[in-house]
Design a binder for this molecule. Sequence first.
Ligand SMILES: [Zn+2]
Length: 262
Amino acid sequence: MRPAREGEPEGSSPRIVSGWSSPRVLAVKQVPRVTRARGRGRLSGDGNRAAPRAVVLKAILKLAVAAAIVTSTYYAVVAIAEHKADALAGGGAFALGRRPAAEAAALDALSAQLEDWGEHELAASLARLRGSGHLWVAPRLAGGRSAIYVDALGLVSRIYVRRDQLVARGLPFPDLGIPDAARRTFATIRLAGTLVHELQHYEGVEDEGAAYEREMAWYRELGERIADRFSGEDRRWFEWAVASAIDSAAAAKAAAAATPHS
Ligand SMILES: [Zn+2]
């Protein structure tokens, strides 16, 4: 029986390990019972020095758990808000990035048209909206609307644009014998004006009347600035397109005033 080394408790059980060349005998400290019952609140010996650290670790663990709960709750609520927003837009909506190609190209074409009309501010607003991930495409947007603004639970703030209006500049009057170019101009003007309207809401305007007034003012300003580019029949159809967009907005404003909570 060899003497116990310094710091080696009585009753240590020896263990044989392989060394570099020959086996040597090491004393292995018996693990005190209290340290095995970690976390049960009873510490002694070395445990006394570890106590403050254990308290800090426990506090950190509590904070981490609390943070995880807050984070997961937040994301759960955001998911609910996103689901609610998607449902309001008819379902199946997706963010307009660089893809899918058809939708991205359609927005590029709309922006190019707006730039050509001198509507640089609107084109820049749409670029910012798209860049920030707040411009979405809604393939099933109902109610004859070209675009809508949705704020769900204060967590999701998006403008949804109806896919067929964006990509094909849909023809709202299929039976009236209007030339295709004039229909497309009308659809483009109305889509752009609707986006002006929804951008008002996105920027914090809650009053429907004010948003429609701004939309109609945009049509009038566009008409006054661009009409001279056209002549003859083309001018007549352009003026028809602008006037129709204004009439459409005025009717929508009256309908909104009649049902203020819709
Ligand atoms: Zn509105």
